[in-house]
Ligand binder design. Structure first.
Ligand code: GCU
Length: 340
């Protein structure tokens, strides 16, 4: 199944490389805009991108036609970022985690326990004076970020036993995203990091190549991980946003008027996705509990936080330019502290 999926993604990508970027509608040449992502068609991200597709097709349909490719149809997130870099596709959704290998500035949002609350997280991500320099930092690599998407809070979930403290992670192989910061986080917590792409996690859990993973609640239901993992522990270690990135040359080819319409479209993606996200997470938790019989645990967060804090220092020492961003985030944390 996995090989079939990979082979079909490669075939599709190869076919797309040969396809013209334009299609024909009533004699006019229409530029096709391809957006790839790795979630299912039920996911808030897909719903939001579909709203963008409708909006652009309605506003600029004589010139552009947006097509959305879900479910890793165009490859893994890393594959899709590379396709976006070269312009083989125009946009894709990538987790902030994997973007740190394209620009070190993205490390900041991968830090565990960076945000004091969801409110602080949302305010930071909405503040363009904070995100702007980071979002533009991949221009040399051929792409730029155009908006962010909520991906909730990441927590550990396991097949055989609940994680109530970092000590419970000892000796366990836990899948993390392909990001050096995440690998270091797992080392500090005492577990063994197994980096791999999202699409490979279900099979790895099922075949016991790994003992667990970490993600938001949607991964339990939408990706079936809750069929295998029966313990989900709210250690709340990260709020890692997803980022919609666009090919730079394509973005620069837009006229001022078109650009303004695209910007409205990006805002639409952000607002639809956030609204859908809240509903989707609540529904996922309910389904995981009642249908998949996943047990939700609420461990003491302090030992997890304490183990992870050295990562803040080492990331800031490794990239001192991030200090002012870090301080600005702390100001939001003071304004929106944890409430529960
Ligand atoms: C979340 C996130 C994805 C990411 C995935 C992962 O689902 O929204 O962008 O790919 O986690 O853990 O890889």
């Amino acid at each position: 199944m996995k090989h079939f999926k990979k082979a079909s993604a490669l075939l599709l990508a190869a076919a797309m490389a040969c396809l013209p970027l334009t299609g024909c509608s009533s004699g006019e040449s229409v530029r096709i805009i391809r957006i790839g992502h790795n979630q299912s068609t039920n996911h808030p991200t897909h719903i939001a991108l579909t709203a963008f597709q409708d909006y652009i097709n309605e506003q600029l349909g004589d010139k552009y036609r947006v097509e959305v490719f879900p479910s890793e149809l165009l490859g893994s997130q890393t594959d899709m970022v590379q396709l976006t870099q070269t312009g083989a596709i125009d946009f894709c959704v990538a987790s902030n985690a994997i973007l740190e290998t394209f620009s070190k500035n993205y490390e900041i949002f991968n830090l565990p326990y960076l945000f004091a609350s969801t409110e602080a997280y949302h305010h930071v991500m909405d503040d363009e004076s904070i995100t702007g320099p980071i979002f533009n930092s991949t221009q040399k690599a051929g792409f730029t970020a155009v908006t962010w998407l909520d991906a909730g809070t990441r927590n550990f979930y396991t097949v055989d036993k609940p994680i109530n403290s970092p000590a419970d992670l000892r000796g366990l192989k836990i899948r993390v995203q392909q990001s050096p910061t995440n690998v270091e986080m797992m080392r500090l917590l005492g577990g063994s990091a197994t980096p791999m792409g999202f699409g490979d996690v279900y099979t790895a859990l099922q075949s016991k190549i790994i003992d667990g993973a970490e993600n938001n609640e949607m991964a339990l239901t939408d990706n079936g991980h809750g069929d295998v993992c029966k313990y989900y522990s709210y250690d709340m270690h990260q709020m890692v946003p997803d980022i919609l990135i666009g090919n730079l040359a394509f973005m620069e080819s837009l006229s001022e008027e078109e650009r303004a319409i695209f910007e409205e479209g990006f805002d639409l993606i952000n607002s639809v996705q956030r609204e859908e996200w809240e509903k989707a997470v609540a529904a996922a938790k309910e389904r995981a509990e009642t249908e998949q019989h996943v047990q939700f645990n609420y461990p003491d967060l302090e030992p997890f936080k304490e183990a992870c804090m050295p990562l803040h220092t080492s990331v800031l020492e490794g990239n001192p330019a991030l200090q002012s961003t870090y301080d600005a985030i702390q100001a939001y944390n003071a304004q929106y502290p944890q409430t529960e």
